[in-house]
Every structure is written in structure tokens, then in C-alpha cells.
Design a protein around this ligand. Sequence first.
Ligand code: HT7
Ligand code: ZN
Length: 895
Amino acid sequence: ARPIRLTDYRAPDFVIPETRLAFDLHPTQTQVKATYRIERRGAADAPLVLLGERLILKTLRLDGVEVAPEAYALTPECLTLSGVPDRFTLEIDVEINPQDNKMLEGLYMSSGRYCTQCEAEGFRKIVYFPDRPDVLSKYTVRLRAPKAGFPRLLSNGNLIDSGEEGTFHYAVWEDPFPKPAYLFALVAGELDVLEDRFVTMSGRTVDLKIFVDPGMSARAAYAMDALKRSMRWDEETYGREYDLHLFMIVAVRDFNFGAMENKGLNIFNASLLLADAQTATDLDYERIESVVAHEYFHNWSGNRVTCRDWFQLCLKEGLTVFRDQSFSGDQRGHAVQRIKDVKMLRARQFPEDAGPLAHPVRPAAYLKIDNFYTATIYEKGAEIVGMLKTVVGAETYRRALDHYFETHDGTAATLEDFLSSFEAVTGQDFSPWLKWYVQAGTPVLSLSATYDGDTQRLTLTVSQMTPPTPAQAHKAPVPIPVRLGLLSGAGAPLSFRFAGETVPEALFVLTEARAQWVLEDVTEAPVISALRGFSAPVKLTLTEPEAHRFARFRGDPDPFNRWEAAQSLAKALILDPHGAAADYAEALRATLTDPTLDAAFKALMTGLPTEMDLAQSLTPVDPAFIHTRRKAFKAELAAALKTDAEALYAALPAETTFSPDAASAGRRALRNALLDLIVAAPDSDADRSEATSDQAGAQAVRRPEGEAPLERDAAKPLSAKQKIAKAHYHDARNMTDMMAGLSALSQIHGAAYQDALEDFYARFKSEPLVLDKWFAVQAACPHPETLSRVRRLITHPDFDRKVPNRWRAVAQAFAANNPAIFHDASGEGYAFIAEEILSVDRFNPMTAARLIEAFGGFKRYAEPHRGLMQAVLERILGTEGLSKNVAELAGKALA
Ligand code: HT7
Ligand code: ZN
């Protein structure tokens, strides 16, 4: 297949100011009638090319006259009409089959309801259209369906007409805002609704409606609350007001992604919308809040100002992620939010940037744009916006964004347009920032310092280097903002003089490959605290004594760098086969007992780098070494902190009433982090002797039919930590604590774990979202038995590959969250995931392709992993009938 290239962009030859669609909804034979008012904008002889896939063309009329088959050309991907006038009306009738559509793009059925997903290229699976984001049209949509079974008929904009036709009924929707086809949506079916209202800053009342499965409307209350907070926040922070009289959200079970910002009719994966204490964890609440905000914020960053072409995807996604991260920071605390965002960036985007799937935030070419909804486009794109805000300051940033929204409202814009708004309000040249968008790879920022006690001068020598990435051997320097402060040897903040002022911290921007920064009045040889708040998405190298990192761990006033110091120390100690935990335990004890720190921050400080984090710092990667070393270090740390952790845990009793607010969630996070530490400690001698003499307390193992026995664990009595984890699980009054208990039991494994799994299944077997967690926790269990367990899980009657949430709960959880077992030296984990990718690729290529990422970094791994992963990728690529999506990513991974 031929790649689509940014350099091939040409403005459309035709525009379609008006689109009328009429849907006669039927599970297997939906009739779609489109009427377009079309105007020529390009060359007089340019043909009209409309894109369409999997459509049955019924009739085609131009200005009311049927077009004869010889007057148009039809291929499986487009419909071309030559010799058309400069202005005309085109009517097209097609038939589609929503029930058979398991790709979940275009019009499909989920739990007996009709719904759509058009971004990026799904509209062409509904009807022939110039399906590209720079063709904006005003839509009027008529939906018709049987009254029975489809009482709700929803589309974008405002309802302007409705009525009955015998056993059928219809609704007509009009969206006054011209939009690209990817923002079109319809939903039809039986749905309950939760309603509310919002009065905008100019006094307009907006009706808010969240549609959910019958009986579930109470679970939409948190999403509704998050929506209202998002609407107010966007007014207060960006001056952006909602523009229709109605805003609707619909939750569906079958969805390839998280959610979709269709104009006035957002469609959500139910897992990111429905929550109550009994079924959702704090992490679910946090995600719901951020995704509701994200999709709402798209109303301006994406919908009112859209993208000229899909190469500009990060124009809407990077900006909107930055906006939702800022919102979450305002709601939940900026320090904790920043740490979580950086953890995510490092876990997902840094490996992408370091491997064969690396691509610029604005890619130059693609085969399937669906493959580019990546951490690079989203998260690195957000980091660039954050850096721009850091360098211009909050007020100027707001002026630049006002300029951007006002200048490009109602148009399809580019990244150059975005940067020119910064130029317009500052009068400065922002073209160097374009390099961040066009260059892949994570820059390495190196810093070294020399201190002259006589002159009290600190000279910092900084340099940057971005490693080569596929198709980009040489890189130019990028602007790197570096927030920097100093600490004394005792760990106290140390001010200094820079640019004529005495300051506690300064912002430097490295624009060249190398520079020197001189800090005056530095009264002692300092500890350097660089890149505070993670002011740029780079890898910092700074050669310094371990004591400096401990000083930052104990007292950096910048919470991000405090956490960062702890993480980098833990990484070094874990990867050193002789690394000991004693000093680290001391510093962590001081953190945990510091009354000035909040619980959510302490919870983050308690967490060690993940095995995936550690894999990024070791070449070649040896997954078994990482697993064993991390476990040993954690056990040593847990043993050193046993008394403190147990006392702190006991002092934080489980709350009897649940509130999802950030402070309560922080307390739960800390209690659950302590539990995780407690169960990591080796059993004490006392525990062991009690366990052997306490045979009467042994738990009987009930095994589900067909399950292999839990080998040696079966007859063992519970250890002290198993008892704690078991009590944590059984006493839990909310899903957060319950999952923490279950996950702690999964770490220990054994009979209590199996019992808890059975109990969990019995309680939640009719709750699909909770059952996804049950599948995921088992797939992520780091016990060797998981290799056979995942194979059993896919034969479970509740397993269904056609439901992406359920499939990801097994396949993704195993491949992404269980490195020790996925990378088992037998290669069985790789084989399992390869089979799953190929099975799902037959009907849902977009979802299947996402899992190729699991093999992306194979060249960095030690043998036998490297060879085994390569063989699996080759097998995938050699499979007949492979989708373009999987072929593109598997091909790149192998290149
Ligand atoms: N803009 C939305 C992207 C999206 C999507 C992309 C490809 C295939 C399916 C999809 N569903 C939603 C989501 C967002 O970033 O807001
Ligand atoms: Zn988005």
C-alpha cells in the first residue's frame, strides 16, 4: 500500500457547505440517503472524488437526474464523478450492515443499539463523502427507526422535528456549526438518561443529558458533576463558552478507544463514564473526570478549530490533553497530577520514542492514521504546549490561545497556525519550536557543574543531543526550558543571583546544542535541582554524588524533583546487584512520617519504579533479572519499614462512607500503597512457625471446575501478610480497597487469592465493567501459573474477543502489565499475544494493531527474548490477509 504523505497535501477541489442525511435504521440493511450541496474550489476539470468503503451504492442523482453507471467510476475505496458542474446537488443512496460491523468504525451495533464512530476515517463506512477534516459542512440529519426497541434517536446539534409514522418514529437534528465528517454521530436505542442544566457565563441555559444502559443513570452522577466543573473551568481558564443549547453524552460498551468528542453528542466507552463506590476504583473516577473534561474541551480545541489534515492531529489532541491535565491539576493538586502525567509519559511515550515505532508529533507519512493515536501525538504533544506556556508565562499563554481560537474559529488549522498565535502576541520568532513537532526521539540533556568557592560562582555547562530515530539520522537542537533551583548540602533551599536578581529558582531555555549558565552569589557548593516540575520531556543526565539525590529525596521544595530523586535512586539501587535498601528506607520513613506532606504524595513516594521503567534503564534488557532484583529490593525495603508501615496502615482505618474527592482518594491510595509494601516483606520467623503450627487455620481451596490445582499452595495455612491482605479484601467497602486487597493477594498468590477470585466473580458476574477488572487482575498476576491461566481465561464463558474492553482486560493487561510472565523465556507469553493479535485482526484491525507495541522494543532485549520476539513479529507479518493496520506496525517494528 502507498503511504499518505504530508507533503502531498492539496486543498480540496470541492466544498460541501450543506449535508442532509436520512437514515432508515435496520440491523442488517440500513438505508442512508445523503444530499449534498457542492461547490467547486479547485481546477475546472477536477473530478469529484468521494471516499466510501463497504457500501452498497443504490442510486446516484446529480441535480435530480440519475447518473448513469458509465458516468462514474466505482472502486472498493472511492466513487469518482468527472465533468461535474461548478455548483450542484448530489443525492446518494447506499445500504450498510451495522450488525455485521465488528470493526466498530462507521455505524455499528452495541448491546442492541445503533452508534457511530467516525474519527478518523469511519464516515466513509456510512456514506460516500470527501472524508477529510478540511471539508466542513452544516449537517441536518433525519433518523427513522421502529418505536419499539429504539425510543431514543440522537444526533449532533439541536432537535428540530420529531414525529411518528405507524410503528416507526423519526427525529430531525440540525447542527448549526459546520463540522468535518469525523465529528458526525448518531445513537439510537433504549437508554436511560440523567439530566441537569448549566448556565453559561453569558447566561444561556444548556440542557445536559447523559444516556446510559437502563437502570444505570445513578452511576452517571459523577460524570455529570465532572462535566459541569469542566464547563465552568473552560470559561474561567480559557474564556471558552459552550455554544449549543444541548450537550449529550452516551455510554456504550463496545468502543475501540476511550471516548469521542462528536459535536454536542460525545460517545464514551462505558468504562470511562459509569462509576459508583461499589463498582469503580479511585483511578476510574480520576479517569472519568479527566476524559469527560478532555472530550468537552475538544468543543473548542478540535471542533470549533479543527485540523487541516490528520498530520496535524496533535493540534487538537496535544492541546486538549494539556488542557485536561491542567484541569485535573486544578481539581486534584498540581504536584501529584504532574507526577502521574510524567509517569504515564515515561511509561508509554519514552519507549515509543526510543524504539522502531518512533515518529514525530507531526508524522510525515502513514498507511493507517488509526495507528497514530499514540502517546507521542497525545502526551508529547501536550508537553510541547506545556513548555510553550512555561516560556511565555501564564498571561501571555492565555492571550496566545485567545488569539488562536478567535483567528481560526470555524476553520481547519495547522501547527504553524498555532505557533503563529504565540508570535502574534509576543512579537517573537517561534519557528524553532516546530522542531519539537517534526523531530522524533527524546532529547538527552546533559548537565555538569563547576563551583568556585572564592567567587561564589556556579557554572553550569549544558548540552543536548537527540538520538537518531527511524528515517531521521540527524537532529537539530530544540528549545528546552529548564527550571532550576539549588539546595545546600544539608538539603535547605539555597537562593542565588541570576540576571541581576536574587532568586530561589530560575528558568533557563537551552536553544543551542551547548551553553553555559552562570549563577552568582552561591554561598556553598550546592545540590542541583534541575528540570523542576519536569519542565521539558527530556532525559536528564547529571553526574553527582548519591548524597545529592538523597538530599533532594529528603527535602527538595519542588515535589516533582523530590519524587524524581527517590525514583532515580531506587532505579540505581535495584539495577545494582549489590544495591542495598537501608538508606533508601530511612529517607522513605522520613517522608512517610512527615505531617506536612499529603497522603496522595506519600503514596506516590512509596511506589517503586515499575519493571517497565527499569527496563528502559538497562541494556540489554533482562526481564528476569529486573523482576528478581526489584522483588528483592522491595522485600528488603518492606522488611526495614515493617513496623512503620504496619503502624501507619493501622492508623489509616478503612473509611466507612465513600467520597471520590481527591483528599479521600489520597488517603485510600496511601493505605493501599502501605498494604502493597506490607505484603512485599518476607515472612518473619514468628510468622513461619505460627503458620506451620496453625494447620487448623488452613484454608480449604475451592477450585472452579477445570482449573488446575494450585500446586504446593493448596494445603498451606495463611501467613500473617496473607491474613492482612485477605482482611483488606473482605472488609473493603468500596472497589478501590477491594481491588487493592485482591491485587495484594495476587502478589502473594495461593489459596487466599483463589478464594478471593471466586468470591469476586460470584459478586460481580453480572457487572461487565467490574468483571473486566477480574480478568485483568489475573492476567497481570506475576506468578508463572499465569501463563496457563490466561489460556484458560480466553475459554471462560464471559470472555468475548469482540468486546474490546474484555479483550484488553486479558491481552493488554498481560502484555503491558505483566512483564515477568509475558517475557517468560519459553516464549509462550509472546506466542499467546501473537495468536490474540491475529484473531482480533480478522474483524477489528485497529484494536489488534495497538498490541504490536508490546513487541516494539525487541531489539533492546537480551536473548532469547530478542530472537523469540522477532520470530513472532515475522510470523505476524507473514500471515495472509493481515490488515493494513497490523502490517504497518509489525513492519515498522521489524525494520
Ligand atoms: N478524538 C478521539 C479519538 C478516537 C478514535 C480514534 C481512532 C479510532 C477510534 C477512536 N475513538 C475516539 C478521542 C479523543 O482523543 O478525544
Ligand atoms: Zn482527544
